[in-house]
Design a protein around this ligand. Structure first.
Ligand code: GLN
Length: 480
């Protein structure tokens, strides 16, 4: 079985034509992981028993001639901040090292109902805070295209697993770019849905006004199929809604479309090769008949500063629950602990359980929210967030999509930015604005510098993921 060519449709075809069984397919993937993940380290946990029991069910369905659900028999991987019942869920943190998820996240429940086979849980930056997966408390994941480089982050394990064909698709989470940037670094496709399009029930919260779950896959079509399965309102997440999604069969007329190119995204300091490749991609759309228009999103320059106030503020509140009493690692359970009272249990649990990036953000966040500073930092950042949102709203009066690079550079070397948080934060510069505005965005491969992939980001209006997907497909099909 040659796994590297598999897409969702090819797998379904193989299963229905009985070229292979779901069990055989699952076995082939698990064996490949055992063999090849030693060097990449995309996975934190392999859920072999779960995968085999799911595969058996699919084979029974095929045997009895039942109609197959949309992801029947398709092997997938889940970022380790999304709960899968009975399976360890670490969020990449020591504090949850031995935490077993008590229930399925809604997205996982939906994947299971759709017949997907869960192979395991993928590595991430601790609590999804980072852009390289080096902040994982366990080990860094490597970029399958160049093992000396990072896969991006924080969903680096998910993107690497897909790029290395250790999984057909994966789920990631995107707060400020964590689906799109690793997809770009690993040469695969990643979709961040509109805020509210997908339920976050069972996603370990990082920054609740920004977090979204999104698919990572090798093709735009596979991302689309997975998105169709996981989207929609969930009573267990009050921020999720059932919007008027585009009808299934609309036709995208490229000649009638205007693509906006924000001048603030082509800046001094970005990699010249990245700029060239992205501009070539834009020209391709122009040749297809799209109108290209330069636009301005004037508050872009404040997006990163704004994000790095809001996200840590929300994180500091969300992470208050890890106190050594309710979940996971606890100094109270350590017989050698020097903690003498409850406060010391809290403090020592958190000092030992959280890594330095998480601690840095908790400190930044609590500072920005503290009395006396709240107005100057948090409130101000929220006001800037509104201006960034309005920039996009104004742009939509003139253009249908906004097209940009996904990241200012291709994958950087392991260790290159880990001691310089600001340099690391800069890799989110092009993904953070759409997150702050709650907009849907996709990253798709548009070229390579030597062997390193470059990602093209397409940002759309709220709940127009269908249209973004259609535009991305045009590029993808034009490429071959
Ligand atoms: N790299 C960004 C951060 O560190 C985004 C992370 C994410 O989207 N989860 O916050």
């Amino acid at each position: 079985m040659f796994l590297d060519d598999f897409t969702i449709k090819k797998i379904q075809e193989g299963l229905t034509r009985k070229k292979f069984s779901a069990l055989e397919l699952t076995k082939a993937y698990l064996e490949k992981i055992k063999k090849e993940d030693k060097k990449i380290r995309a996975f934190l946990t392999i859920s072999e028993d779960l995968a085999y029991s799911q595969a058996k069910k699919i084979d029974e369905m095929i045997f009895t001639g039942r109609k197959l659900p949309p992801l029947a028999g398709v092997p997938c991987a889940i970022k380790d901040n999304i709960l899968v019942e009975g399976i360890r869920c670490t969020a990449g943190s020591k504090i949850l090292e031995n935490y077993i998820a008590p229930y399925d996240a809604t997205v996982v429940k939906k994947l299971k109902e759709a017949g997907a086979i869960i192979l395991g849980k993928t590595n991430l930056d601790e609590f999804a805070m980072g852009s390289s997966t080096e902040n994982s408390a366990f080990f860094p994941t490597k970029n399958p295209l160049d093992l000396k480089r990072v896969p991006g982050g924080s969903s680096g394990g998910s993107a690497a697993a897909v790029a290395a064909n250790l999984s057909v698709f994966a789920l990631g989470s995107d707060t400020g770019g964590s689906v799109r940037q690793p997809a770009a670094f690993c040469g695969v496709v990643g979709l961040k849905p509109t805020y509210g399009a997908v339920s976050r029930y069972g996603l370990i919260a990082f920054a609740s006004s920004l977090d979204q779950v999104g698919p990572i896959a090798k093709t735009v079509e596979d991302c689309e199929i997975v998105f169709e399965v996981i989207k929609g309102k969930d009573d267990l997440d009050s921020t999720s809604i059932n919007p008027e999604f585009e009808s299934q069969n609309f036709n995208l007329q490229i000649q009638n479309l205007t693509l906006g190119i924000p001048k603030e995204y082509f800046i001094e300091g970005m990699d010249k090769e990245v700029e060239k490749i992205v501009k070539e991609a834009i020209r391709k759309y122009e040749k297809m008949g799209a109108k290209i228009e330069e636009i301005s999103l004037p508050h872009t320059q404040y997006a990163l500063a704004c994000y790095y106030i809001i996200a840590p503020s929300e994180a500091s509140a969300n992470l208050a629950r890890y106190d050594g009493i309710k979940y996971g690692f606890s100094e109270a359970k350590n017989p050698k602990s020097k903690a003498k009272n409850l406060l010391q249990v809290y403090l020592q649990t958190r000092a030992k359980g959280f890594g330095s990036e998480v601690q840095r953000r908790i400190m930044l966040g609590t500072y920005a929210l503290s009395a006396g500073y709240y107005e100057a930092y948090y409130l101000r950042a929220m006001k800037v967030r509104r201006l960034i949102k309005e920039d996009f709203e104004k742009a939509w009066e003139k253009v249908d999509f906004i097209v940009t690079p996904t990241a200012p550079t291709p994958a950087f070397k392991l260790g290159e930015k880990i001691t310089d948080p600001l340099a690391m934060y800069l890799s989110d510069i092009f993904t953070v604005p759409a997150s702050l505005a709650g907009l849907p965005a996709i990253s798709l491969p548009c070229g390579r510098i030597d062997n390193l992939p470059v990602g093209l980001q397409i940002i759309g209006k709220p709940f127009q993921e269908k249209k973004i997907i259609a535009l991305a497909k045009l590029y993808e099909s034009g490429k071959n």
